[in-house]
Design a protein around this ligand. Structure first.
Ligand code: ASP
Length: 426
C-alpha cells in the first residue's frame, strides 16, 4: 500500500481532531476525565518534541548557514530585512483596511462591548498582560544582547540566541582553515543529528496534531464564537488577502515562483504551524520543507528561517492591528488617524522580535490598549477567539518566513521549485 504523504496525514488529523473536539465540547466532560487528560498529554508530548530540537537546530543552522555565506552576507541581510519590513507594512495595512471597512466592533448600529458580557475566567490571562507598556516592547532590543547565553536558552530568548549564533558563524568563517574546518564539521554534524530527530518527532505528528486540535476545540467550542463572528471573519479575510494576494503576488512577480506550488511544498510546515500555534515549535518542519520540498539551499534556509520565526510576524502584526481597532470600535472609541498610526507602529515594532509561541500577541495588544487609553479588560473579548485565530495567524507567519527565504534564494540565483513539481516525498 502506498504511504500517505505527511501533509495529508496532518490534514486528516486536523479534520478528525476537529470532530473529536466538537464532540468533547458537547459532552462537557470534567477536566480530570481520562479522555481530555490523555489528549492534552499527547498534544504536549508532540509540542515538547518539536521544542526540544529548536535550540540546537537554530544555533547549528545559523552557524553553518552564516559561515558558508562569505561576502554575500551583506546583500542577503539587506534583502531579508527589506522583505520583513515590506511584508509587515503590507500586512498591517490590510488589517487596518479590513477592520475599517467591515466594522466588526459595531453590532446593529451600536458598539459590541455594550451588548455582550465579557467571558468568565479571563482574569488569569489578564494578569499576564497587566502593566505592560511600550518599555516592555522595547525590551526586545535589550534581549538581543543577553548577559548569559545559557540563561537566554533557558528563557527561550530566541533573539538573543540568534544574535549570538550570527556572530559565532561570522567569526567561525574567519578562522584559519584547519580550525574553521573542525568548527564547520562539528556544527554540520549537530545540524544533521537534529534533522534526524525532527524526522522521528514528525512520525508522531498525526497523533500530536489530532490531540492538539481536539483539545483546543473541546475547550473553545464554536458556540462562544457567535458574538465575535464578524471579528473572526474580518481577521480571516485579512490573513487570506495577505497570504493569497499580497505575498503570493510578490512570490509570483518578484521571486518568479508559483505561489500554489510553494504553498503545496510548505504544506507540512503550514499545517504544523496551524496545529501548534507556535512559529518556534514549527521551525524544524519549516527548515525541512524549505530544503527538501521547496529547493532552498542550506545556507539560505539556515539563516532565513530561524530569523523569520523570531523577527517576521506578518499574521501577528495584522492581527494586533485588527484586534486593537476592533476593540476601539467595540468600546465606542473613535480613533483619529494619529491614533491609528500609533497602533500600526506598535504592531510593526512588536512583530519584529515577538516570541513565536501561542498567544504571544496578547502582550502587544495590552500595550496598544494602554496607548489608546482602553481598559485592559477589553482583551477578555479577544480571548473568545484567540486560540483559533492564533492557529491561522501562525500559519501566515510561517508562510511569510518561507516567502522571505524564497525571495533571498531567488536573489542568490538558486534553482527553486522545478517547472513540474516532482519532489513530493516527505
Ligand atoms: N502564535 C504566534 C506565533 O507563534 C504568535 C502570536 O501571534 O501570538 O507565531
Amino acid at each position: 500500500m502506498p504511504r500517505i504523504a505527511l501533509h495529508w496525514q496532518i490534514l486528516m488529523a486536523i479534520f478528525l481532531g476537529g470532530i473529536a473536539g466538537i464532540a468533547l465540547n458537547h459532552l462537557a466532560l470534567p477536566a480530570d476525565n481520562g479522555i481530555p487528560v490523555t489528549l492534552k498529554m499527547l498534544g504536549q508530548i508532540f509540542m515538547n518534541g518539536l521544542k526540544l530540537i529548536v535550540i540546537p537546530l537554530v544555533v547549528s543552522s545559523i552557524i553553518v548557514g552564516i559561515s558558508s555565506i562569505g561576502e554575500e552576507i551583506g546583500r542577503m541581510g539587506v534583502n531579508t530585512l527589506a522583505y520583513y519590513i515590506g511584508s509587515s507594512v503590507c500586512a498591517v495595512l490590510v488589517g487596518v483596511l479590513c477592520v475599517n471597512l467591515i466594522e466588526p466592533g459595531i453590532f446593529h448600529g451600536a458598539p459590541l462591548g455594550t451588548q455582550i458580557a465579557l467571558p468568565a475566567g479571563t482574569s488569569g490571562a489578564l494578569a499576564k498582560v497587566q502593566d505592560k507598556s511600550l518599555g516592555d516592547v522595547l525590551d526586545i532590543f535589550l534581549s538581543m544582547v543577553p548577559a548569559n547565553l545559557f540563561g537566554a536558552a533557558l528563557e527561550g530568548n530566541m533573539i538573543g540566541l540568534i544574535m549570538f549564533s550570527l556572530l559565532y558563524g561570522f567569526f567561525a568563517a574567519r578562522l584559519p582553515s584547519a580550525a574553521k574546518e573542525i568548527q564547520l564539521q562539528f556544527w554540520n554534524g549537530v545540524q544533521q543529528i537534529m534533522v534526524g530527530i525532527t524526522q522521528v518527532v514528525l512520525m508522531f505528528a498525526p497523533v500530536g496534531v489530532f490531540a492538539l486540535i481536539a483539545t483546543t476545540l473541546a475547550d473553545t467550542g464554536f458556540g462562544a464564537l457567535l458574538p465575535m463572528l464578524w471579528f473572526f471573519v474580518t481577521v480571516l479575510l485579512g490573513l487570506a488577502i495577505h497570504m493569497l494576494v499580497t505575498t503570493s503576488l510578490f512570490l509570483h512577480f518578484v521571486a518568479r515562483v508559483s505561489p500554489w506550488r510553494h504553498i503545496y511544498a510548505m504544506a507540512p510546515a503550514l499545517l504544523t504551524a496551524f496545529s501548534t500555534a507556535s512559529s518556534n515549535a514549527t521551525l524544524p518542519v519549516t527548515l525541512r520543507s524549505l530544503r527538501e520540498r521547496a529547493g532552498v539551499s542550506e545556507r539560505v534556509s539556515g539563516m532565513s528561517a530561524p530569523l523569520g520565526a523570531s523577527m517576521n510576524m506578518d499574521g501577528t502584526a495584522l492581527y494586533e492591528c485588527a484586534a486593537a481597532l476592533f476593540l476601539a470600535q467595540a468600546y465606542g472609541l473613535d480613533l483619529s488617524v494619529a491614533q491609528q498610526f500609533t497602533v500600526v507602529l506598535i504592531a510593526l515594532l512588536t512583530g519584529f522580535g515577538m516570541a513565536g509561541i501561542p498567544a504571544a500577541s496578547l502582550v502587544a495588544i495590552a500595550v496598544i490598549l494602554g496607548a489608546l487609553g482602553l481598559p485592559l479588560e477589553a482583551i477578555g473579548l479577544l480571548l473568545i477567539t484567540d486560540r483559533l485565530l492564533d492557529m491561522f495567524r501562525t500559519a501566515v507567519n510561517v508562510y511569510s518566513d518561507s516567502v522571505a527565504a524564497i525571495f533571498v534564494a531567488s536573489q542568490e540565483g538558486e534553482a527553486l521549485l522545478p517547472l513540474r513539481y516532482q519532489n513530493n516525498k516527505t
